[in-house]
Design a protein around this ligand. Structure first.
Ligand SMILES: O=C(O)CCC(=O)C(=O)O
Length: 291
């Protein structure tokens, strides 16, 4: 059964929803409280399955980001965050109806070597997966302090109103058309999303975003949960799921799950089974060119 009632004080209110539509994003300070963010980070750091399934993603300048990605929320603390009433209720307000979990990912930029992400729109990728409408959004949750120095998320405020931009392979990544990105930078304010653990940004799938390398001594761990509207069920199969009912859980379950790490039956994406993803194709092309 699906419960997606926007109830409870932690669900985004009307002004926050209006900001999202105006700016393409809304920041929520303390979406996870200190204890919850600490539990997620501590669990992720000792979660051997997460580490074993991390995919290394190179940038153009020798940096490397690590991504561990899964399509369905597991019976673990990350799954509780992804299914929590405060997150799912907020997403269903932003996407104006029932939502389902499209995937989640743990992003790690290690000290000194963490890689950059080119300017892109998530819909630049997800369009290719048969999603007809830009009715998808993500919540980017900082698990440790995210600063300009360790490669925090950057966005161009209001750029989601440009609609989908063409993307192309640049280095090992898929980036938005650089000509349009340069103009967008002149017309849209660039915001560095510096965050404390537990702070979060809900952002629209057409919002232009990027992040820099981590040359600092501090790691940058982030959990990103992505959702699609049920009404936007993809018309063709891809590496991410079609509509799958999402049962929400009370917010208290995050704390109740404590240190519960990924279960043995959790299925993670690997580079090999992700061949249809444009980003992976770019990565594979860059790797073979380097070989
Ligand atoms: O983790 C980051 O800094 C950016 C991640 C990102 O842009 C993405 O996953 O689409």
């Amino acid at each position: 059964m699906t419960h997606q009632r926007p109830v409870g004080s932690r669900v985004l209110d009307d002004p926050a929803v209006a900001s999202f539509h105006r700016d393409g994003y809304v920041v929520v300070r303390g979406l996870l409280d200190e204890e919850e963010a600490g539990l997620v980070l501590a669990t992720a750091k000792k979660d051997r399955r997460l580490a074993a399934h991390a995919m290394g993603w190179p940038d153009e300048d020798g940096g490397l980001s690590k991504i561990t990605l899964w399509n369905h929320p597991g019976d673990d603390i990350y799954g509780m965050v992804a299914r929590s009433e405060r997150v799912v209720g907020s997403m269903s307000r932003l996407l104006e109806g029932e939502v389902y979990h499209y995937h989640s990912k743990l992003m790690l930029k290690e000290p000194e070597v963490g890689g950059a992400w080119l300017w892109h729109q998530d819909y630049g990728y997800w369009y290719q997966n048969g999603c007809l409408y830009p009715l998808l959004a993500s919540v980017f949750i900082a698990l440790d302090p995210a600063t300009t120095a360790n490669g925090c998320l950057q966005i161009l405020r209001g750029s989601h109103r440009m609609g989908r931009i063409e993307h192309q392979v640049i280095g090992g990544q898929l980036g938005a058309d650089p000509e349009r990105v340069e103009i967008a930078k002149e017309r849209h304010e660039r915001v560095a999303m510096e965050m404390q653990p537990g702070d979060a940004a809900f952002f629209h799938c057409n919002l232009l975003h990027a992040s820099g390398q981590n040359r600092s001594a501090a790691p940058r761990w982030t959990l990103i949960c992505c959702y699609n509207a049920r009404a936007n069920e993809p018309y063709k199969a891809s590496q991410h799921p079609g509509y799958t009912p999402l049962e929400t859980v009370p917010d208290e379950m995050i704390r109740a799950y404590g240190h519960r790490a990924s279960a043995a039956d959790q299925v993670f994406m690997t580079v090999d089974d992700d061949v249809s993803d444009e980003r992976t194709a770019a990565r594979t092309a860059a790797r073979s060119a380097a070989d």
